[in-house]
Design a protein around this ligand. Structure first.
Ligand SMILES: C[S@@+](CC[C@H](N)C(=O)[O-])C[C@H]1O[C@@H](n2cnc3c(N)ncnc32)[C@H](O)[C@@H]1O
Length: 704
């Protein structure tokens, strides 16, 4: 380090006065400085290394016909019903991709991924103008209802994007760094963005991957979309950066190519026809003659003229605001991966990358923070499986996973620039404030002296789930254990989200141990002081299913007979007061969607849109032999360092039959076909996903 005596004195002066050092010292004092570097407040090259266990919530595998079973045994073992027994299972993971990436990178799933050759291709399309990404437009009859984001989604949004460009860069930098580490040595990454962040991302990617490893800055040009303007040129392109992890990478230029232009005069040569009648372009350059057949694809340019999916499209559009066209992803997947390779998208949205990967015979991993995205993708992938099954083509089973255990340290909203001990203090304080807030909104008193309980309301003890993660099975197990130990018989668990598939099984288990367990959602307006003061905060119950098994001649079918939800969004009274004459708004109150409209004379009308219980259902599925597939996870044995397979005590819901609404098909079938299941006592699991994307499960017992 070459500091002059003067500079040394200068540095000491600043340090003694507790003042920040001037910028020039950054370049004088630190090693590894980049020639060009993007710097932002709080930049650090440290990445999280937490490992949370993945829990399998559901397995989806469209049964194959006998013919397909014969065809597909080469790919993997199938059972008698044509369901995949062995081999790679595709993965759709619900949760924050930072924790998912870190758990994939550092946890036991890494080995499974490596055994398949690693992740060969990552495509991401991260949201940078996020607001709209978590609000969802849901069709209710003729009307469209905008569901506001869940509290967890909103908190994540506020933490990562709400604070401007540097928070976006900080969030993407850490995730890209984890993705780089996960990528196979000959892998590729494609990062999709637009003019608002492309400049920042270019520098970040140069830094993480090396500027010599950029392959293309692809311009996706869409003539039929984007903005129309009179104050600047129409904005009609996005940017997709393609980087590779090393100089050794996959590029299938021909497979991902484009048609040659067949217009006369569109290239510097002539059209000719060979002896077999095939047309070709003849181009003479540098004394050589080049021959290009018109029916062969040419290596594509880096400007891709591909239409966006139009508003009126009826085949591909799913109703996800940022859905990208499959043609765009097809080019990327074909160019940078081969059949059987793993392709990943950690901001999966409506599942475009996964749908394309499956259709092109690739394996896949996808993740998203939004529950609605996971549900949309589940439906889409079932559609792809059905399509492939019908065409007699191969497809793989997929599973839906989430991150089980939570860690309080991952609390949202902590200032990342604080020192570790101050961070811990802030966490403790925030947690206390949060619990006090929820208890006051629930009108419960605070209560000390327990490991898992926070308060008391009348004769029931109250426990509050973590602020930033769904309540998991492990969490509720700890609550039940303490209740049993201390002879507590009535417990309310309050949470923003519950892990998929948690209830009602957990309540039944608690009941068997003498604990009456109620699970309630914390409404989003707990953060609204006025709502608390006005007594408007309603904690609503988790939903409820009724289903009936019908046994005939040794066969069984299931009929869905009732379903209720207890959601609330906005208050009728407030909307009625504030709505303008001639306006309308949809409100949800205690599980009813109500349209409120005000005519020109100020007369208010209410109309209930959810007339039938079925209006709340988007999707339902049945596992005719629940508890036949144990949930086995791989964990590292801390003593031996070996990876071991252990049973979590839970079972995987095997999605054997399902029906759901799509844009085109609005009606639901309410009874499954009859299925042969074998004699004896058995459990059937019925899962319902409501139009907000939340799951509920019910287990029924039958004897055949
Ligand atoms: C622009 S959309 C992706 C659209 C997708 N390419 C498609 O074709 O449908 C971005 C997605 O990133 C998800 N997302 C945002 N933050 C996330 C996070 N921290 N972890 C995982 N997913 C996240 C959002 O829920 C949203 O679905």
């Amino acid at each position: 380090m070459k500091l002059t005596d003067n500079e040394k004195r200068d540095v000491i002066k600043y340090l003694e006065a507790s003042k920040p050092l001037p910028d020039k010292y950054r370049f004088l004092l630190f090693a590894d400085k980049q020639e060009v570097e993007l710097v932002w407040n709080g930049k650090t090259s440290e990445t999280t290394n937490v490992v949370l266990p993945f829990q399998i919530i559901e397995q989806v595998d469209e049964p194959r016909s006998e013919k397909e079973i014969r065809l597909q045994t080469s790919l993997f073992d199938l059972d008698v019903r044509g369901r995949q027994l062995k081999g790679w299972t595709n993965k759709l993971i619900w949760g924050d991709n930072k924790l998912i990436l870190s758990s994939l990178k550092n946890g036991p799933l890494r080995q499974e991924i490596q055994e398949q050759g690693g992740i060969k291709l990552i495509y991401i399309d991260p949201p940078f103008d996020v607001g709209a990404d978590f609000s969802m437009n849901i069709e209710v009859g003729e009307e469209e209802f905008t569901k506001k984001p869940g509290v967890l989604e909103e908190l994540a949004y506020r933490d990562t994007w709400g604070k401007g460009a540097d928070s976006f860069i900080a969030m993407i930098y850490e995730r890209l760094s984890l993705m780089r580490d996960l990528l196979a040595e000959d892998g590729s990454i494609y990062v999709h963005c637009d003019y608002r962040v492309s400049g920042y991302l270019r520098l970040v990617l140069d830094e993480l991957f090396g500027k010599e490893l950029i392959k293309n800055e692809v311009v996706w040009y869409y003539q039929n979309g984007g903005g129309r303007s009179t104050t600047w040129f129409n904005r009609k392109h996005d940017i997709i950066f393609w980087y590779t992890k090393s100089k050794n990478y996959v590029y299938n230029g021909k497979a991902a190519g484009e048609k040659r232009n067949t217009d006369e005069g569109s290239f510097g040569g002539y059209f000719k026809t060979d002896e077999n009648g095939r047309r070709y372009q003849e181009v003479r350059a540098s004394g050589k003659i080049y021959k290009y057949y018109v029916d062969e694809l040419k290596n594509a340019d880096d400007v891709w003229d591909i239409p966006i999916i139009s508003q009126r499209d009826l085949t591909e559009r799913i109703g996800y605001p940022t859905q990208k066209p499959e043609v765009l992803l097809e080019r990327i997947v074909k160019a940078s991966s081969n059949e059987g390779d793993i392709v990943a998208d950690f901001f999966v949205g409506s599942g475009t990358t996964l749908a394309v990967a499956e259709k092109l015979g690739r394996k896949w991993i996808g993740s998203d923070l939004g529950k609605f995205s996971i549900h949309t993708t589940r439906k889409r992938m079932i559609g792809v499986q059905r399509e492939l099954a019908k065409a007699g083509k191969d497809f793989r089973a997929f599973e839906i996973l989430n991150l089980g255990k939570y860690e309080r340290q991952l609390f949202i909203g902590i200032n990342p620039n604080l020192r570790e001990e101050d961070k811990q203090k802030q966490i403790v304080q925030k947690e206390k404030d949060f619990i006090a807030l929820i208890l006051s909104a629930y009108k419960a008193e605070s209560f000390d002296g327990f490991k898992t309980f926070h308060g008391k309301k009348n004769s029931r003890l109250v426990t509050i789930g973590p602020i930033n993660l769904p309540v998991s099975r492990l969490f509720v197990d700890a609550v039940i254990t303490e209740a049993v130990e201390k002879q507590i018989t009535k417990v309310d668990v309050l949470a923003f989200e519950f892990e998929m598939g948690l209830f009602p099984k957990i309540q039944e288990e608690a009941k068997d141990k003498g604990v009456d367990l109620t699970l309630k959602y914390i409404p989003r307006d707990v953060f609204d002081k006025r709502a608390i003061e006005k007594n408007q905060v309603v904690f609503y119950d988790v939903s409820y299913i009724e289903a009936k098994p019908i046994v005939k001649k040794g066969m069984v079918s299931v009929e869905l007979t009732d379903f209720s939800v207890f959601y609330n969004q906005d208050s009728i009274k407030e909307v009625e007061e504030n709505i303008k004459a001639g306006g309308k708004k949809l409100v949800v109150e205690n599980g009813q969607i109500i349209k409120i409209s005000k005519d020109k004379n100020g007369i208010v009308e209410r109309e209930i849109l959810t007339k039938k219980w079925t209006d709340w259902i988007d999707y339902w599925a049945v596992d005719f032999n629940f508890e036949s597939k144990k949930e086995i996870i791989r964990v590292k044995n801390e003593k031996t360092g070996e990876i071991e397979e252990v049973w979590t005590g839970d079972y995987v819901f095997e999605n054997e039959w399902q029906d759901f609404r799509t844009k085109k098909k609005r009606e639901l079938v309410l009874e499954t076909p009859s299925v042969e299941v074998g004699k004896g006592k058995r459990k059937i699991a019925v899962k319902v996903v409501d139009i907000f994307g939340n799951d509920t499960m019910k287990i029924i017992e039958v004897t055949i």
